[in-house]
Write a protein that binds this ligand. Structure first.
Ligand code: NAD
Ligand code: UD1
Length: 350
C-alpha cells in the first residue's frame, strides 16, 4: 500500500518538528510548509538524523495562495496538520493585526486551497487559552470559550471558522465533508529523548520551562516566579504540563479517528490534550533541581497580567474517542528538556 502523505504546516517549529519524527516513524510521508518566521531549517536536518528519513520542505508562507496551491498540486496530500501560527501572547497584544493576519487569514487561505484540492481532513493546533473564566480549574471541552488576548482570540476565531465549515457541510449535504479535530493543547514542554530537537525560543523565553532551563545552564540569573499568593497548594500558579512527544502522538491518533466511523459523515470536534493533573511553578523548579542536579535560583515577583491561578485538562474525551492519553511523567519531561538544553546551549545554529 502507498504511504499516506501528511502536510505539516509549521513543521520546522517546536511541536511541528516532533510531529514530523512521529509521523515518519509511523509510516507516513511528510511534506512541510514553513516560512521559518520562528524556526530554523536545522530542525528538519535533525529530524532526518533521528529517523533516517527525509521530509519534503517548502519555505513558503501559508498566506501565499499560489505557493500553497503548487504544494497541493505536487503531492497527493491526505491530511493537513496545521501548526503554522504565531504564538507569543505579549507580542499579540502589541501587534494584533499581525497576529490576526498571520493566524486567521493564513488559515483561511489554507482552507481555500484545501477546498479547491478537495482535501478536507484537518488536525488543528488550538490551545487551552481559548477557554474563558470557569469555576473549576479542570477544563472540559464543553466549557465556555472566552480568550483574553489577541493570540487566544485568533485561535478561538479559527475554531469558529472550522465549526462553520462543518455546519455548512450538513446544510449542503456535501458528499465529501470536512473532517476536523481541534486539539486544545495545555502546556507542552520537554523534547525528543535524543536531545536533537527541542524548543528554541527567540530571545528571552516567555514560558516557564525554557526559562528554567536557561537559568539552570547559566544563561539567565534567576527565575522570577509570577506570584506566590494564588489560592493553590503552595501559592504559585498551577498548569498541566505535557510532554511534547505525548502531545504529537495525539495528532496521529486524531488522524486515525478522522478516518474512522465516528467521522464518516464529517464533523468538527475539539479535544483537550493534557495530562489531567496540575503542577505548580515551585514543583517544576524543585523537580528540575532534583533531576538535573543543577541549582535553579528564583525570586518572587508580582503576578503576571492575564494569568490564571490554576488550569488543567479533563482529558477523558481524548481517551474515549481518540484512544489517546499522556504517558510520560514530569521527571521525563524535565530530563528531556535538560538534555536538549545541555546538548544545544544556543539552540539551533542555522
Ligand atoms: P513554533 O513557533 O515553534 O512553530 C510554529 C511554526 O509555524 C514556526 O516554525 C513558524 O516559522 C511557522 N509559521 C508561523 N507563521 C507562518 C506562516 N504564516 N506561514 C508558514 N509558516 C508559519 O510554535 P510551536 O510551539 O511549535 O506551536 C505550534 C502551534 O501550536 C502554533 O499554532 C501554536 O499557536 C500552537 N500552540 C502551541 C503551544 C505551546 O505552548 N507551544 C500551546 C498551545 C498551542
Ligand atoms: C502561556 C500563555 C498561553 C499559551 C501558553 C503556551 C500567557 C498569559 N499565556 O500560558 O496563552 O497557550 O503559554 O505557550 O502568556 N511563570 C513564572 N515565571 C516565568 C514564566 C512563567 O512564574 O518566568 C509561571 C506563570 O505565571 C504560570 C506558569 O509559570 O503560572 C506557566 O507559565 P507559561 O509557561 O508562560 O504558560 P501559561 O501561562 O500557562
Amino acid at each position: 500500500m502507498n504511504k499516506q502523505t501528511i502536510l505539516v504546516t509549521g513543521g520546522a517549529g517546536y511541536i511541528g518538528s516532533h510531529a514530523c519524527v512521529e509521523l515518519l516513524q509511523a509510516g507516513f510521508e511528510v511534506v512541510v510548509v514553513d516560512n521559518l518566521a520562528n524556526s530554523k531549517l536545522e530542525s528538519l536536518d535533525r529530524v532526518r538524523q533521528i529517523t533516517g528519513q527525509n521530509v519534503r520542505f517548502y519555505q513558503a508562507d501559508i498566506r501565499d495562495k499560489s505557493a500553497l496551491t503548487a504544494v497541493f498540486n505536487q503531492h497527493d496530500i491526505h491530511t493537513v496538520i496545521h501548526f503554522a501560527g504565531l504564538k507569543a501572547v505579549g507580542e499579540s497584544c502589541q501587534q494584533p493585526l499581525h497576529y490576526y493576519h498571520n493566524n486567521v487569514y493564513g488559515t483561511l487561505v489554507l482552507l481555500e486551497v484545501m477546498a479547491e484540492a478537495n482535501i478536507k481532513q484537518l488536525v488543528f493546533s488550538s490551545s487551552a487559552t481559548v477557554y474563558g473564566e470557569s469555576d473549576s480549574p479542570q477544563y472540559s471541552e464543553h466549557f465556555p470559550l472566552g480568550p483574553i488576548n489577541p493570540y487566544g482570540r485568533s485561535k478561538a476565531m479559527i475554531e469558529d471558522i472550522l465549526r462553520d465549515l462543518a455546519a455548512a457541510d450538513s446544510i449542503n449535504q456535501s458528499s465529501s465533508p470536512w473532517k476536523m479535530a481541534l486539539l486544545r493543547y495545555f502546556n507542552p514542554i520537554g523534547a525528543h529523548e535524543s536531545g536533537l530537537i527541542g524548543e528554541d525560543p527567540n530571545g528571552i523565553p516567555n514560558n516557564l520551562m525554557p526559562y528554567v532551563s536557561q537559568v539552570a545552564i547559566g544563561k539567565l540569573p534567576r527565575v522570577s516566579i509570577f506570584g506566590d499568593d494564588y489560592p493553590t497548594r503552595d501559592g504559585t500558579g498551577v498548569r498541566d504540563y505535557i510532554h511534547v512527544v505525548d502531545l504529537v502522538k495525539g495528532h496521529i491518533k486524531a488522524i486515525d479517528t478522522l478516518q474512522g466511523d465516528a467521522f464518516r459523515q464529517g464533523g468538527c470536534k475539539a479535544y483537550n490534550l493534557g495530562v489531567g493533573r496540575g503542577c505548580s511553578v515551585l514543583e517544576i523548579i524543585n523537580t528540575f533541581e532534583k533531576v538535573t542536579g543543577r541549582k535553579v535560583p528564583y525570586n518572587i515577583s508580582p503576578r503576571r497580567a492575564g494569568d490564571l491561578a490554576e488550569c488543567y485538562a479533563n482529558p477523558e474525551l481524548a481517551l474515549k474517542e481518540l484512544q489517546w492519553q499522556a504517558e510520560k511523567n514530569l521527571e521525563a519531561m524535565v530530563a528531556d528538556a535538560w538534555r536538549w538544553q545541555s546538548m544545544n546551549p544556543d539552540g539551533y545554529v542555522r
